[in-house]
Design a protein around this ligand. Structure first.
Ligand SMILES: C[S+](C)CC[C@H](N)C(=O)O
Ligand SMILES: N[C@@H](CCS)C(=O)O
Ligand SMILES: [Zn+2]
Length: 368
């Protein structure tokens, strides 16, 4: 664990359960990072997308992390989603310079957390007059690992279609050094996010074992039909890969329209609460067993949907107003919690306003 590790973490495997317990059973993830960088004027029309800001405007990344913390996020995700050594090399940087950029993504997030804690110490109340949440609480830094499709910078993380030339070994080799460098930089966990297919999930799971990664990870898949992950691979099969990997401490869905989320949670959530009720006992056990045959995870479930808008990868722009408002987004939150999600945030096109609204909705945090 790095020097900035959250005070919750006693060991890798218990990090998430300890963290959730301290947070009262549920926690808030931040919102769209790239979205917010753009709204502060960054031009992300570049193969590096949001990782371009690691070169051009690290102060902006710091500011956006801080904005999300002050909106109530308990977990911030680094700007390394599209930061890859290969991507930096394609821009003319050396391997060492690429590694420095990866390290920097974690350092910026840790510094933002330090700044946040200072502001909390200086504040006399948990909610400032301007509505900023300045409540001293455990905050986790999650190092983002975007997919190989994100590196391709053509929206392939929404198709998951890499062609036959890309094998399990290709993907492991692609991510290997990147994951090592991120881990050495001292985040609390790795966020494998917007995972578009089963092959990449398998590659991540094998990498965690082969490289003996000492911090935990979460796996977060994306879907565009409410049944499968974007490639068409079965979500249940993808989640099973995460479930069988001991280093994975949470599983879920991100960058997916809100309307699909409830069904996707139900598809992966394994219920242990079998109510034994006299005569109905056997029948309930049978139905619970039947449900469990299909559902796969007992790990905490995370969800951070996008706004539901459509991303046009050819022009690298979101088609505006095709999604839901913050109010509509937040109206789903209690249902997602009831369905079994214990970590809730937002992905692309969500903002600190979305996260503030999620924080408020979840502020009477009762365990799932
Ligand atoms: C999650 S998508 C909006 C990320 C952007 C994409 N990888 C690109 O570079 O176009
Ligand atoms: N963490 C990334 C995810 C993109 S799908 C971001 O918020 O920009
Ligand atoms: Zn997203």
């Amino acid at each position: 664990m790095g020097q900035h590790s959250a005070e919750t973490a006693s060991s890798s495997s218990s990090l998430m359960t300890d963290f959730l317990r301290q947070a009262g059973g549920a926690a808030v993830i931040d919102g769209g990072l790239a979205t917010e960088l753009e709204s502060h004027g960054a031009d992300l029309n570049d193969p590096l997308w949001s990782a371009k800001c690691l070169l051009s405007s690290p102060h902006l990344i710091h500011r956006v992390h801080l904005d999300y913390l002050e909106a109530g996020a308990d977990i911030i995700i680094t700007a390394s989603y599209q930061a890859t050594i290969q991507g930096f090399e394609a821009k003319g940087f050396s391997k060492e310079e690429g590694e420095t950029m990866l390290k920097k993504s974690v350092e910026i997030a840790c510094e933002a957390r330090d700044t946040y804690y200072e502001r909390c110490s200086e504040s006399s109340c948990d909610v400032a007059g301007d509505g900023k949440i300045l409540k001293h609480r455990p905050v986790l830094v999650a190092a983002s690992v975007g997919s190989y499709g994100a590196y391709l910078a053509d929206g392939s993380e929404y198709s998951g279609n890499y062609g036959d030339a890309i094998t399990l070994e290709t993907l492991k080799d692609f991510h290997r050094r990147r994951v090592q460098v991120l881990v050495e930089s001292g985040p609390d966990l790795i966020a494998f996010e917007t995972v578009p297919n089963k092959l990449e999930a398998q590659a991540y799971a094998e990498l965690l074992e082969e490289e003996d990664i000492r911090i935990p990870a979460w796996f977060s898949f994306n879907s565009k039909d409410g049944n499968n992950v974007v490639s068409g691979d079965s979500l249940v099969e993808c989640a099973s890969i995460a479930e069988s990997c001991k280093k994975v401490v949470a599983v879920g869905i991100n960058c997916t329209p809100p309307r699909f989320i409830h069904g996707l949670i139900s598809a992966i959530k394994k219920e242990y609460n079998i109510h034994c009720n006299h005569g109905e006992h056997d029948m309930l056990l049978v139905s619970a067993r039947h449900a469990n045959d299909l559902a796969v995870t007992t790990k905490p479930i995370l969800i951070y949907p996008n706004s539901g808008e459509f991303y046009d990868a050819t022009i690298k722009e979101w088609v505006q107003n095709t999604g839901v408002s913050d109010e509509d987004f937040v109206s789903y939150v209690n249902n997602w919690r009831k369905a079994g999600a214990s970590l809730v945030g937002g992905c692309c096109r969500t903002t600190p306003n979305t996260i503030r609204a999620i924080y408020r909705t979840m502020s009477n945090r009762s365990p799932v």
